[in-house]
Design a protein around this ligand. Structure first.
Ligand SMILES: Cc1cc2nc3c(=O)[nH]c(=O)nc-3n(C[C@H](O)[C@H](O)[C@H](O)COP(=O)(O)OP(=O)(O)OC[C@H]3O[C@@H](n4cnc5c(N)ncnc54)[C@H](O)[C@@H]3O)c2cc1C
Length: 471
């Protein structure tokens, strides 16, 4: 078999690239191990986790509604039905992608691809049959898998990675989450809402390393109420399976050791790129120390006709980053002038409250020694936030002194993940604080906090008396 373009991996990077290439008139083959495209994002990542987080939010709100004069009986959780619903969402989306693949006349091969040389792939189907495929260009979009601390991992149903946790095998009485990153916190939130006593252990001195501390503080305050415990600066020294659970040996910052028994343990310590066992050694493709494929601005590897996108091509490991890289690679293959140079890649943590940021963060500005002015609008002054009984949020803008150009946006609060889109557009359009101030926002909405934060910058916020932040 021969193809003009082969895409290896049908995740949000791979399928977006394959679809776009077909739309541009290329003859495309997509190789993926699953029956339909979707990747980690649709099968065991973004989508199932968000379906479960929606349920978690509902459970929290019905508890909280007592304060608004509405009382519900204790919820009864039918785990089979919940699992089925989550799976139906996954099936609808992946099935839909299967249809779109056919409609675009993409040659879809279910199987595992390995390079034989820089123009040939060997594809092994599930039943062990092997096919050779020659190609003009290839895009590697093989994604990533959960990372494991090998010395701690136990092969046991009580020990879960994110994939196993999303399967919802049952509702454990207690769960130790190792790692205070976004996946651990999102899944911890789900299990806690379902009734599990969740303890989070994080080695560094804060949750969500890399995110701005003022945003994280708002989330942490709420999580401290929702979760059983959050242990920062704490190391897991060892895990031992016993009859009644997994015993964890924990070491606090001051060196104190203690033991605790948990029903289950979720290891969420990051993700590792799928760059091994692909036969890349038969090509000139280079893999860096962290396991990512080295790529240039067009996402081309050191082998001129092989490109790489998504989780396998570097941080941030996010679905929308993968899809956009896919479009850049396809345009480069099509001979268009294309480069990967976004002003902002949004990051969203879908906890309650959500945290979202885009562009420069205060943490990064401090690291770079870059002067920025920060304008904060507290949600306590937002009418919409009050109607939702969620006044703990904040919207902040990072603005370049002198030019007043927007450099970054950070939001903590319900809906932050939707609201950040305005910040991303503003950053991509090179907007200034004045532009945001002059843009009419619908009332009463949380999006008004973006406009009011820009008013704060000028010391003219309607709903705050004379704050002139950062000056
Ligand atoms: C629990 C969880 C929640 C997440 N939530 C979010 C979120 O809210 N937002 C967000 O942006 N990101 C989220 N992510 C991250 C997101 O899923 C990834 O960034 C994204 O899926 C990466 O896309 P990709 O196309 O690079 O690869 P993947 O989605 O990893 O897909 C790679 C595909 O390649 C296939 N493959 C691998 N090797 C081969 C081979 N040799 N031959 C053929 N096929 C192969 C695999 O079967 C897989 O389907 C989450 C991840 C997890 C685990």
């Amino acid at each position: 078999m021969k193809t003009q373009l082969v895409v290896i991996g049908g995740g949000p990077g791979g399928y977006a690239a394959a679809f776009y290439a077909a739309d541009l008139g290329m003859e495309v083959t997509l190789v993926e191990m699953e029956k339909n495209p979707g990747g980690v994002c649709l099968y065991r990542g973004c989508i199932p986790s968000k379906a479960l987080l929606h349920v978690a939010k509902l459970l929290h709100e019905t508890k909280h509604s007592v304060e608004w004069g509405i009382e519900y009986a204790e919820p009864k959780i039918n785990l089979d039905k919940l699992r089925d619903w989550k799976q139906s969402v996954v099936n609808k989306l992946t099935g839909g992608l299967g249809v779109l693949t056919k409609q675009r006349k993409i040659n879809y091969i279910q199987g595992r691809a390995t390079f034989v040389d820089a123009n040939t792939l060997s594809i092994e189907s599930n039943d062990g049959e092997t096919t050779k495929l020659t190609f003009d260009n290839a895009i590697v979009a093989t994604g990533s898998r959960p990372a494991r601390v090998g010395t701690l991992w136990i092969d046991s149903p009580r020990m879960m990675d994110s994939t196993a946790a999303l399967d919802l095998p049952d509702i454990p009485k207690s769960l130790l989450v190792i790692g205070g990153g976004y996946i651990g916190l999102e899944l911890g939130t789900v299990y806690s809402a379902l009734g599990t006593k969740v303890s989070v252990v994080e080695m560094t001195d804060g949750l969500l390393p890399g995110a701005d501390r003022d945003l994280v503080a708002i989330l942490q305050k709420r999580l401290e109420k929702q979760l059983h415990a959050i242990h920062l600066k704490t190391k897991v020294l060892g895990l031992k399976e016993e009859k009644k659970g997994i015993r964890a040996i924990l070491e606090d910052a001051d060196g104190t050791k203690r033991e605790e028994l948990f029903d289950c343990v979720l290891m969420s310590v990051g993700r590792a790129p799928n760059s091994q066992n692909l036969g890349l050694e038969t090509t000139q493709v280079e893999i860096n120390k962290r396991g990512f494929l080295e790529v240039d601005a067009q996402r081309r590897t050191r082998e001129p006709n092989i490109y790489a996108i998504g989780d396998v091509a570097g941080d941030p490991m996010l679905a929308h980053k993968a899809s956009h890289e896919g479009r850049v690679a396809v345009e480069a293959i099509a001979g268009h002038a294309a480069a990967w140079e976004p002003n902002a890649i949004p990051a969203v943590v879908f906890t309650d409250p959500e945290i979202a940021w885009a562009g420069l963060t205060e943490t990064e500005a401090a690291k770079q020694g870059r002067a920025v002015e920060v304008a904060r609008f507290p949600w306590a002054a937002s009418g919409r936030a009050l109607t939702l009984d969620r006044t703990d949020g904040v919207t902040k803008l990072l603005i370049e002194p002198g030019t007043q150009r927007l450099l970054g946006v950070g939001i903590a609060g319900p809906g932050a993940g939707e609201m950040i889109a305005e910040g991303v557009l503003a950053l991509e359009m090179g907007a200034t604080a004045e532009d945001l101030k002059a843009t009419i926002h619908a009332h009463p909405t949380l999006s008004e906090t973006v406009m009011e934060a820009s008013e704060v910058f000028f010391g003219q916020a309607t709903h705050i008396y004379k704050t002139r932040s950062g000056r």
